[in-house]
Design a protein around this ligand. Structure first.
Ligand code: DGT
Ligand code: CA
Ligand code: CA
Ligand code: ZN
Length: 576
């Protein structure tokens, strides 16, 4: 999807926020927010379209089309700049605090003159909110946690945002004269949940054409620094990109160095020192004579240090070095191992695409099986009924029988149930028995105390019709904290009952987070890496879930949707 669309969508969205923040017409804000979503998802590059074509986009009228044209020409639009000038940046940042929102952020600014999250924290700690209309002791606690979340996310961006920018940068730089090789490094290559800045490594004899390609990118808003070995820019969305260019001879050593993590590099270098070697971004050298030993490929560098090549997703200094020395690294699950997707939506509930389009896209991806799992009735706003669900099942069966279109992909009819406050789900056993697969997720009552939350999850696992616990911690990165649950108990319950834990691949979720996956696997848990797609393009999110699984040291064997259909079906029967 074109980066220009992301940029334009972000600006329209910001405008919608600012309209609300300044007490403008909420209807106008909604119109812009809706247009932002449509622009972000649009398949053609909006910066290349004439106004006559722009109005074809859902929710884009003449006035927004004019603003898109202005964005394409200038990188912003004047009404946005006017509103930006009215409000301190810090107040805008405050609107991003979970549990605050624009209206109340503005109230705090007007009544207490607090104009940044830090000032708000001080005000809360000084008790200044206690007597404020619409706030109370409970909301003060929530706000403090929200500020901490915001601070911990900082200026970092989600993995898919960084990936898209990195792909467009790499394409442009790779096309420059003399570019011999290019790859991403840093946290992006390691598949981290969030990315602070994008690191791109290229090989060339003459770096100048590559550096120029970077600084001339349409997305480039500012050149932070430029030299023959490193150039840094900031994109229009505020993301920093570091491009380093090295001679092809030291490609491997440079890629190893700039991939990090820092902790991994420190440990590898200490190991080198113990072997009387010296490792730098230029190569692996004999410490005494200074003679170059190897530098061309990462494999050679790791091999010469006495270990197997370590996949970037494992390079966090959490035992990978010892495992590589012993030849005991896991063969990580890879995108090619995935045979199907087990959690997806259609426009019957909150998806945007009809069933047939989703299934066609799944077949085009080469999936061997594909589960449709629309929301169940307890998520009231989705307006699901028994009749609608059964009608969808008939539709799925009809598609199933439509050879040759869907001869290669086996369609499973499922649902995403809601785990109620006490662990119950939407339908009784006899209705659930009609599904091929049930995902069950928490969508409300996030604040229950740990013991209650743990019992709730265990009850869901013990339901013989629940196959997968969806987005188990329900966190949203930088926005919503994880629920408080006894993970060890949950893992034991999953292993005991034959319930898989989901690795939800939505880049804002990545849930179960990689930090907990290894412990779950060690407890005998199996996983489903699912897209939770709500649109055609969301199917592609699966790659981020695979990276997350890799960061949790998972092999294909640990992931039920890499298994052949027969074995998967047996798992889904769950001893029933
Ligand atoms: P980020 O950007 O915060 O998401 O995280 P990284 O890991 O991409 O960090 P970054 O961009 O500062 O540096 C990229 C890699 O370069 C880092 O993972 C390891 C390597 N590196 C950079 N500076 C140093 C350093 O001073 N010491 C060591 N050992 N490695 C460094
Ligand atoms: Ca980085
Ligand atoms: Ca960097
Ligand atoms: Zn879902």
């Amino acid at each position: 999807m074109p980066t220009a669309n992301q940029t334009a969508a972000a600006l329209l969205d910001e405008y919608a926020d600012l309209v609300l923040l300044t007490g403008g017409d909420p209807f106008r804000a909604r119109v812009y927010a809706k247009a932002a979503r449509a622009v972000g998802a649009y398949q053609h590059d909006v910066s290349q379209l004439a106004p006559g074509s722009l109005v074809q986009i859902a929710g884009v009228g003449k006035s927004i089309a004019a603003k898109l044209a202005e964005i394409a020409a200038t990188g912003t639009f004047s009404e946005l700049e006017d509103l930006r000038a009215d409000i301190p940046d810090g107040v805008r940042l405050m609107t991003r605090i979970p549990a605050l929102g624009p209206r109340r952020a503005l109230q705090l600014y007007r009544e207490l003159r607090v104009s940044s999250p830090e000032q708000l924290k001080t005000a809360i700690e000084a008790g200044q909110l206690d007597n404020l209309r619409g706030f109370g002791a409970k909301s003060a606690g929530k706000l403090l946690r929200g500020i901490e979340l915001l601070e911990s996310a900082g200026d970092r961006v989600l993995l898919h945002v960084a990936t898209q920018t990195a792909e467009s940068v790499s394409t442009a730089v790779a096309a420059a004269a003399g570019c011999l090789r290019i790859d991403t490094a840093g946290s992006l290559r390691r598949g981290a949940e969030t990315v602070g800045d994008i690191d791109v490594l290229a090989a060339a004899q003459d770096s100048a054409p590559l550096m120029t390609a970077l600084t001339r990118l349409p997305e480039s808003a500012e050149v932070i620094g430029s030299g023959p070995t490193k150039t840094s820019i900031r994109t229009r969305t505020g993301l920093r990109v570091d491009l380093r260019v090295v001679p092809l001879d030291c490609w491997g050593a440079a890629l190893q160095y700039f991939t990090g993590s820092r902790a991994h590099n420190v440990a590898v270098r200490e190991l080198a020192v113990r072997k009387k070697l010296k490792l730098s971004e230029y190569g692996l050298f004999d410490a005494e004579s200074g003679m170059l030993i190897v530098s061309r490929t990462e494999e050679e560098v790791y091999r010469r240090l006495g270990m197997d090549w370590i996949p970037p997703t494992l390079r966090e200094d959490t035992g990978e070095i010892t495992a590589a020395q012993r030849g005991e690294l896991p063969v990580l699950v890879s995108p090619g191992d995935i045979r199907g997707d087990l959690h997806t939506h259609t426009d019957l509930t909150d998806g945007t695409a009809p069933l047939e389009d989703m299934v066609t896209a799944a077949a085009a991806r080469g999936y061997q099986y594909y589960a449709v799992t629309d929301h169940a009735p307890d998520l009231v706003m989705q307006r699901m009924t028994d009749e609608k669900m059964l009608a969808q099942r008939d539709q799925v069966r009809a598609l199933r029988d439509r050879v040759p279109d869907f001869a290669t992909v086996t369609l499973l009819h499922g649902t995403e149930l809601n785990i109620g406050p006490d662990g119950g789900v939407d339908w009784p056993a006899d209705f659930l028995a009609g599904f091929d697969i049930c995902v069950a997720s928490v969508h409300s009552h996030f604040d229950q105390p740990r013991s209650h939350m743990t019992r709730r999850f265990i009850a869901a696992c013990e339901n013989p019709h629940v196959n997968v616990i969806g987005h188990p911690l329900t966190r949203k990165i930088g926005r919503r904290p994880p629920v408080d649950v006894d993970l060890a108990e949950l893992f034991r319950a999953c292993a005991r009952t034959g319930t898989a834990l989901e690795i939800n691949s939505h880049p804002a979720r990545l849930d179960l987070p990689s930090a907990h996956i290894r412990a779950a696997r060690d407890a005998g848990v199996t996983f489903a890496i699912d897209s939770d797609a709500h649109s055609l393009r969301d199917l592609d999110y699966l790659r981020y879930g695979v990276l997350t699984g890799q960061r949790g040291w998972l092999t294909a064997e640990d992931v039920i949707n890499t298994w052949p259909l027969d074995r998967l079906r047996q798992f889904l029967r769950k001893g029933r």
